[in-house]
Write a new protein. Structure first.
Length: 297
């Protein structure tokens, strides 16, 4: 696989004692990747989700492992590519997961072929990073009222995603064919997002696709490990010093000077990614991420 190189999972799996090759993981996408449906107040942004669960397992074997999650709920494919690809590339990751297009298909009835062409262009740009790229074929909403009407177009879009993944040597997690997701317990009551059990099941599939040994068990969501107050605060301070402050410094802009006679109505605060820069998996807590929001306010 071109994006995986000689350290890829096929060679890694041949030696079960070797650590996996990924130490810098970036997740980009929408609410699916942000973790909606899997609340956890001790995680950044108050959400856990499959990407956090994957990062937790990947970090178990790599002491140098760092994780960023740029996903923001509600974004369309164009917005994800425009807002998240460049910041993701700047982080120089060796593993990127990209899930996008679901909001376009379900809520905007976008043409699946045109949407796939945009996705492929984004994948081509991400390929320049040299990272392993993982794509996702969307789930089957056939049992969901109204959303089930989009089933045929989603199926076409998924087939296009499979073609893009094969053409660009990407890994693929096919949620459409994942049998466990047919269980109603996998879904949030809103029937749009996954429950904690659903996010756990998807995390298992991602890790299996990466051919990484992990501790997750079917139908048994793993609890987030507890840490004492001193460890959590020390992790926050280390994260702020090493990751947040350099990131924030680059984004300082001069204050805007109001013009006389012009009424300046403040725009609504934009949603922010819950983990905009690399950090150790367990270092970023809600307190630290509140500092991000306060700094950018």
């Amino acid at each position: 696989m071109k994006n995986i190189g000689h350290f890829g999972p096929r060679n890694f799996a041949a030696d079960a004692t070797a650590p996996h090759p990924w130490s810098r993981y970036v997740a980009i996408g929408d609410s699916f990747t942000e973790g909606i449906g899997d609340p956890e107040e001790r995680c950044a942004g108050g959400l856990r989700g499959w990407a956090d669960r994957v990062a937790e397992e990947l970090s178990a074997e790599r002491k140098d492992f760092a994780y960023a999650n740029l996903a923001i709920r509600g974004l369309l494919l164009d917005q994800i590519l425009d807002q998240q690809m460049e910041p993701a590339a700047e982080l120089k990751p060796d593993l990127i997961t990209l899930s996008a297009g679901g909001n376009d298909m379900v809520f905007h009835r976008t043409d699946p072929d045109k949407l796939a062409a945009k996705l492929e262009a984004g994948v081509e740009r991400l390929s320049d990073t040299g990272a392993t790229i993982m794509l996702f074929a969307g789930p089957d909403w056939r049992r969901t009222p109204i959303l089930g009407r989009s089933r045929s177009r989603i199926a076409i879009f998924n087939e296009n995603i499979r073609i893009v993944a094969a053409a660009h040597d990407c890994l693929l997690v096919d949620l459409w064919t994942l049998p466990g997701l047919r269980d109603p317990r996998m879904w949030d009551p809103d029937r749009l997002h996954f429950s904690p059990l659903g996010h756990h099941t998807i995390a298992m599939q991602v890790l299996d696709t990466l051919q990484v040994q992990h501790s997750l068990q079917p139908l048994e969501p793993k609890a987030l490990p507890h840490s004492n107050w001193r460890d959590a605060r020390a992790g926050d301070l280390a994260w702020a010093r090493t990751y947040f402050l350099p990131w924030a410094w680059q984004r300082i802009t001069p204050p805007r000077i109001p013009l006389p006679g012009v009424h300046d109505h403040p725009a609504p605060a934009p949603l922010l990614p819950k983990r905009p820069v690399f950090a150790p998996v367990y270092a970023v807590r809600t307190v630290a991420m509140k500092a991000v929001a306060e700094f950018l306010a």
